[in-house]
Ligand binder design. Structure first.
Ligand SMILES: Nc1ncnc2c1ncn2[C@@H]1O[C@H](COP(=O)(O)OP(=O)(O)O)[C@@H](O)[C@H]1O
Ligand SMILES: Cc1cn([C@H]2C[C@H](O)[C@@H](COP(=O)(O)O)O2)c(=O)[nH]c1=O
Ligand SMILES: [Zn+2]
Length: 196
């Protein structure tokens, strides 16, 4: 097994919070999809949420860079997640860095109700600073999985999302057009030339 997962038996208390974090292209969404699909195979009731702002690939689906996808509900605020179906046993949340600061409280409430909550998001923004509610979620999670991309410059494990375009705005939706994953050394290189 790649990552440790607990055993879940219906009817037993199994509330928990799992965080999957890392840079862009590190496989956060793929790992989220893998865990959610396994929950569906186990015939658990799964609901998936993402912030309404994330319209990159699809308005109503969580989509990985390899175009694997799963249907989701876009919500404007984290508190809307609490309006989930009464029989939901597993909640998936993608692009969690874009949610408001109440997301950790929301996840705690869900976990206290016995729900397995799996959250994926960027731990750092393009400046290498902690991003939104992810650090607070990491602190309260039972399990934190940090995944790495491959540095596009040197092939080492990459944990930074280097922004290739001139924008200082914290939120800038984009793909390879605007970002590339880099390792610590290549991210901090003085020249920071973009190699195409
Ligand atoms: N530099 C890279 N390093 C790793 N994976 C990459 C890279 N560029 C493209 N990919 C692709 O991106 C996929 C991961 O996509 P995804 O799960 O959506 O990542 P994330 O949600 O972390 O941005 C990989 O399986 C791989 O096919
Ligand atoms: C680093 C950084 C990223 N973003 C945006 C760019 C993408 O739309 C998402 C991240 O998607 P992924 O599934 O993790 O590849 O976030 C941003 O707005 N600001 C940033 O600093
Ligand atoms: Zn590198």
């Amino acid at each position: 097994m790649l990552f440790s997962e607990q055993n879940y038996r219906r009817g037993e208390f199994c509330g928990s919070i799992e965080v999957i974090c890392g840079s862009m292209f590190s496989g956060k969404t793929e790992e989220l999809l893998r865990r959610l699909r396994r929950a569906q195979i186990a015939k658990l009731n799964v609901e998936i949420f993402k912030p309404k702002t994330d319209t990159r690939y699809d308005e109503n689906a969580v989509v990985s860079h390899d175009l694997n996808s799963i249907q989701s509900t876009p919500v404007e605020t984290s508190s809307s997640i609490l309006l989930l179906n009464a029989d939901t046993q597993v909640v998936g949340i993608d692009e969690a860095q874009f949610f408001d600061e109440d997301l950790p409280d929301v996840c705690n409430k869900l976990a206290q109700k016995g729900i397995r909550v799996i959250v994926a998001g960027l731990d750092m923004d393009f400046l290498g600073k902690p991003f939104g509610p992810i650090p607070a979620l990491m602190a309260i999670a039972e399990l934190v999985t940090k995944v790495n991309a491959v540095c596009v410059r040197c092939g080492s494990p990459a944990m930074y999302s280097f922004r290739k375009v001139a924008s200082e705005s914290k939120i800038l939706l984009g793909e390879k057009d605007s970002y590339e994953p880099r390792c610590r050394r290549c991210y901090h290189m003085a020249d920071n030339v973009i190699l195409n």
